[in-house]
Design a protein around this ligand. Structure first.
Ligand code: ADQ
Length: 483
């Protein structure tokens, strides 16, 4: 059987190191799940960074880490503290991330970060080169590794390379701001198949290729001098059954076995049966629109006073990139607004916002999705947004209303949600009212369509579709070269 390589910045594992023990546990994220289904048909290995900085390990410990990773079919790309700072926290998260999410005011243009980005992409290419035996296909993921496809193609021209971008690709007028724009585009064009979440990102990419490099472009093909590159959209799905089944199982649990979250929500609901819970979940990231969401909620409480005692916003923010200045600033701003709103609208028994700054175990997450009547998801920009899909998948009686930003890739597939402009406070407030008042039959009607779609196009289907297209690319390339 041919071998297949999956490449991403981080390996899909968590590593815990103590004096005499190394514990490696597989992580359960969407990408890892999608890839599990792929590894049924291919013998695959995953190459990426373990999350442990190389110089913090003794050679003995490094050996143990490598052995433990090998059992999970994972291969570590050792990164030093400096590389992590310049390549990951630097160029990836201070240049590419803000630019591709249209936050051009946050973009840093640092030559040393760019050099580190190139060097680490090269380091990935070197580790790949050491592990190429029997490999005929490579799938590279995301914005940390935009130069890697070309680096692999130069060394292994016969190998088929796929690349998938998990974040938006911005319009040409934004992308062109980048001093290293041509290198980035050329890096990506090393792939045989380029995948994006939406047609718009695909179109933006094509437009940048045409305007920067002048290549000939047909509907979803780019003709390079010696080969063609296919470009297509593959909206990423979720592990639908996992969320749906967990929600059903949770409802059947006895009081003793229920999660703390569920017990607390049920207790509160007994005291205040009129309460509608509005759920907000994301990483604390400026692209996710937490500030505008909180301001819209504040506006709702102010303009719709009759609902003040009937709604509770459950705000869950996962700590993210805590070393980056804009993230620290945003955290202070969120703290301030939550304090202001709770200060103004709380009563002795009730608080309008329940604020949690932490990650949650899977079961609690599912219980929140399942129990809360409304989800308020208002990113300023978001490649896809899986939370929106997980919320709908976790509904078991068809009830629940999703309010979703038109700037999330997910909005393209979820038009049955209440779609809003994240910068329009009045529109968001009106949508909250609509959601609270929406009749059950209408909720069920909308969610039935959404659930059917999410179940059909799940993460397994997404991964398989991408790989099927990768197979076809090879065939059409042979025809092209024969012409
Ligand atoms: P993210 O920006 O991380 O992903 P998203 O797609 O919403 O955003 O995925 C977040 C994941 O984290 C979800 O699977 C969710 O279950 C989990 N999560 C969120 N809050 C949590 C909490 N408090 N505790 C535990 N888990 C939590 C990037 C892009 C997105 C794109 C994905 C996939 O930015 O646009 O959808 O990749 O391509």
């Amino acid at each position: 059987m041919k071998r297949f390589l999956i490449i991403s910045n981080r390996l899909p594992v968590q590593i815990a190191i103590s004096d005499d023990n190394i514990d490696v546990t597989p992580s359960v994220g969407g990408l890892a799940t999608g890839m599990q289904s792929v590894s049924k048909s291919f013998k695959s290995s995953w190459i990426g960074w373990s999350g442990v900085e190389a110089q913090n390990l003794s050679s003995e410990q490094q050996k143990k880490v490598d052995n433990a990773l090998a059992k999970e079919n994972c291969i570590d790309v050792n990164l030093t503290e400096e590389e992590v700072e310049l390549y990951y926290e630097g160029f990836s998260n201070k240049t590419i991330w803000p630019l591709f999410h249209y936050f051009s005011q946050f973009v840093e243009y640092e030559e040393d970060q760019w050099q580190a980005y190139k060097a680490v992409n090269q380091k990935f290419a070197d580790v790949i080169a050491e592990n190429m035996e029997g490999v005929d296909k490579i799938w590279v993921h995301d914005y940390h590794l935009l130069l890697l496809p070309q680096m692999i193609k130069e060394r292994f021209p016969e190998v088929t390379i796929g690349f998938f971008l998990h974040i938006p690709f911005p319009s040409y007028e934004v992308f062109r701001i980048l001093p290293w724009r041509n290198e980035i585009i050329n890096g990506m064009l090393g792939a045989d198949l380029l995948g994006f979440h939406t047609f718009d990102y695909e179109r933006h990419f094509m437009s940048s290729v045409r305007r920067l490099l002048g290549y000939d472009i047909q509907i979803n093909e780019i003709s390079l001098p010696r080969r063609i590159v296919k470009v297509d959209n593959f909206p990423m799905g979720i592990d639908y059954d996992k969320f749906h089944d967990a929600a059903i199982a949770s409802q059947k649990k006895s009081v003793r076995d229920k999660s703390e979250v569920r017990k607390e929500l049920e207790r509160y609901y007994l005291l205040y049966p009129e309460t509608k819970f509005i759920l907000s979940i994301d990483r604390l990231d400026y692209s996710k629109g937490l500030i505008n969401r909180l301001e819209a909620f504040e506006y709702f409480l102010q303009e719709y006073p009759e609902y003040r005692d009937k709604v509770t916003l459950v705000l869950l923010a996962v700590p993210s990139r805590v070393g980056v200045e804009q993230y620290q600033q945003m955290k202070s701003e969120v703290d301030e607004i939550v304090g202001r709103v709770n200060g103004k609208y709380s009563s002795i028994n009730r608080m309008p916002i329940w604020y949690f700054y932490r990650s949650l175990p899977f079961q609690n997450l599912v219980d929140l999705y399942n129990y809360c009547e409304i989800a308020l998801i208002t990113p300023i920009r978001d490649g896809m947004n899986l939370v929106a899909k997980e919320f709908i998948a976790s509904k078991t009686d068809g009830r629940g209303v999703l309010i979703l930003s038109e700037m999330a890739g997910a909005s393209k597939e979820m038009s049955e949600a209440l779609i809003i402009n994240p910068n329009d406070k009045a529109q968001i407030a009106a949508a909250i009212q609509t959601a609270i008042e929406m009749p059950d039959e209408e909720q069920i009607e909308r969610n039935t369509i959404l659930q059917k779609r999410l179940k059909r196009y799940n993460v397994e289907k997404w991964a398989n579709d991408f790989l099927n297209s990768l197979e076809k690319v090879k065939m059409s390339e042979e025809i092209y070269l024969a012409k």
